[in-house]
Design a binder for this molecule. Structure first.
Ligand SMILES: [Ca+2]
Length: 510
């Protein structure tokens, strides 16, 4: 942690202590959505609303795609302001380097491997089968908050199963734009192309309308409609996933800006990982325009919270579902350097995310947290923030990071794990990984080889320490295997190594 923050926030600690003392369950039945303030939050016994939540989930936004994370090309003043008002995490992770699994981990507090959702839904079942939906038996964070009296609004990309598994069946009162799609057919109204459309977009809209703006309009309507109740707004933008389409005026702006960039040494694209290429710096005009539209969305939502007078009681969370797309056979839209690789890979570029939490009155503004955290942690954290009890058997792979947010206790856990037994269009190879302290081990399933890195000293994963530190590598491999066995992680049906080799050979022939 950098610096300290005031952990003696009487209002919150007092209220939590009070709830614990009286047992929360009975109160919840009497007055859903209302908690009681203790000392410091006003007069004893004064009724106080539970905190609201706004959860921004951005698609495919890379770790370095924001000004506050070091981008020198994209412009994100509103998100940078959010970071100044909240806590910025340097070592926050997505539970998977592709979409659906990470999304499921946020909703359930479980690792994708435990849920069986190890691949982006719609991706190949070979060489390892996976579950193509998030089971209705899961009690999602939306369901937990809804039970406690929250209005729950889902706006944007879902990608957690087909119709019976839509957001309205997983705890959301409202679903706008969420379906089985992993990407919109196009970002321009009417969001249709070749018989594909976003089927849950409400009627309305006009020529030239841009999806990120429209989803924001819908989010603001939800906020207007939830007056008088605590709310969860889950604004899950389709941006900045492909197709890389921006509003023309923004593309023009960044095209001109790209031309003014100082000269750089070396080629803009370099070959990596076989026939794949990676971008060496950020200068894609349309991608920059998409990022700006996301930033404007954040600004508009924040202004609406102020207008409604609820900003002091609203917790704002900002996260992305996997790393930036930086290795493809064509020209990749973004660059994650100094992180290695990008979406689809278990190198840091594929899983390390921009993450910001603003919690007025609790989080010290402008704080920076360097503790590793992961997307399974949101569920138990949000429950604790709301003063709600843990859900036994649900968020079993997450830990509450409320202690970190208050500037204190680190979460108790041995390590953070990944299992991605699939191929992806980014040139990756099936693999698993574990991070414990400063060390991270990646195991490649095709040949069972491993790589070991010290991320504190080598954020770019350039120096493989596996041979130099065989004991460390063996220890991490052991806990990774134990974890995989413990959660019954899926592997190819008939002896994994042979299966992967067959697949690898078939791919090489294509
Ligand atoms: Ca994604």
């Amino acid at each position: 942690m950098d610096g300290r923050m005031d952990t003696r926030n009487g209002r919150v600690t007092g209220r939590r202590a009070f709830l614990k003392a009286v047992g929360f369950g009975a109160l919840a039945m009497v007055a859903p959505g209302v908690a009681w303030a203790g000392r410091g939050g006003g007069r004893r016994g004064q009724r106080r609303r539970r905190p609201n939540f706004v959860f921004f989930l951005i698609d495919d936004l890379g770790w370095k795609d924001l000004g506050c994370y070091g981008s020198e090309f994209y412009e994100t003043p509103n998100i940078d302001r959010l970071a100044r008002e909240g806590m910025r995490f340097t070592d926050a992770y997505a539970a998977c380097p592709v979409c659906s699994p990470t999304r499921a981990s946020i909703m359930t507090g479980k690792y994708p491997a435990r849920l069986g959702i190890t691949q982006w839904i719609g991706g190949s079942n070979e060489p390892t089968a996976y579950r193509h939906y998030m089971a209705l038996e899961e009690v999602t964070i939306a369901e937990a908050l809804k039970e406690a009296g929250y209005a729950t609004g889902f706006v944007g990309k879902w990608h957690l199963g087909d119709k019976p598994y839509y957001p309205e069946h997983q705890g959301f009162d409202v679903n706008i734009g969420g379906d089985s799609s992993g990407a919109p057919p196009t970002y321009f109204y009417p969001y249709k192309k070749r018989n594909r459309a976003l089927e849950t977009m409400p009627p309305g809209g006009e020529e030239g309308e841009y999806l990120t703006d429209r989803l924001t309009d819908e989010a603001l309507k939800f906020l207007d409609g939830s007056r008088g109740r605590p709310f969860l707004l889950y604004l899950s933008h389709y941006a900045v996933h492909t197709p890389i389409e921006s509003k023309e005026e923004l593309t023009e702006k960044y095209r001109a800006k790209a031309e003014r960039l100082p000269g750089r040494d070396g080629p803009k694209f370099v070959g990596v990982y076989g026939r794949y290429k990676t971008r060496q710096w950020q200068d894609h005009p349309a991608f920059a325009g998409m990022v700006q539209s996301v930033d404007e969305s954040v600004g508009r939502v924040m202004r609406k919270l102020e207008e409604l007078g609820v900003e002091d009681n609203t917790i704002v969370i900002f996260m992305s579902d996997n790393g930036g797309l930086s290795t493809v056979p064509r020209e990749a839209p973004t660059c994650n350097l100094p992180l290695r690789a990008g979406k689809g890979w278990l190198y840091e570029g594929g899983i390390r995310e921009p993450m910001i939490i603003k919690w007025p009155g609790v989080v010290r503004p402008g704080g920076v947290c360097r503790e590793p955290v992961t997307s399974t942690d949101f569920y138990p954290t949000m429950l604790e923030m709301a003063g709600l009890p843990a859900r036994r058997g649900q968020h079993v792979d997450g830990v509450s990071i409320v202690g970190l947010l208050k500037g204190g206790a680190k979460p108790k856990r041995e390590a953070i794990y990944w299992h991605y037994p699939h191929y992806h269009g980014s040139g990756n190879r099936p693999s698993g990984a574990v991070r414990a302290g400063d060390y991270k081990l990646i195991e490649w399933y095709e040949d069972e080889s491993v790589e070991l890195y010290n991320l504190r000293k080598d954020i770019g994963e350039k120096q493989d320490l596996a041979k130099e530190m065989p004991e460390k590598a063996a220890e991490l491999r052991r806990i990774l295997h134990e974890w995989r066995r413990g959660i019954d992680a899926s592997m190819p049906a008939s002896g994994r190594r042979e299966d992967y080799q067959l697949w690898r050979d078939a791919r090489l022939k294509r």
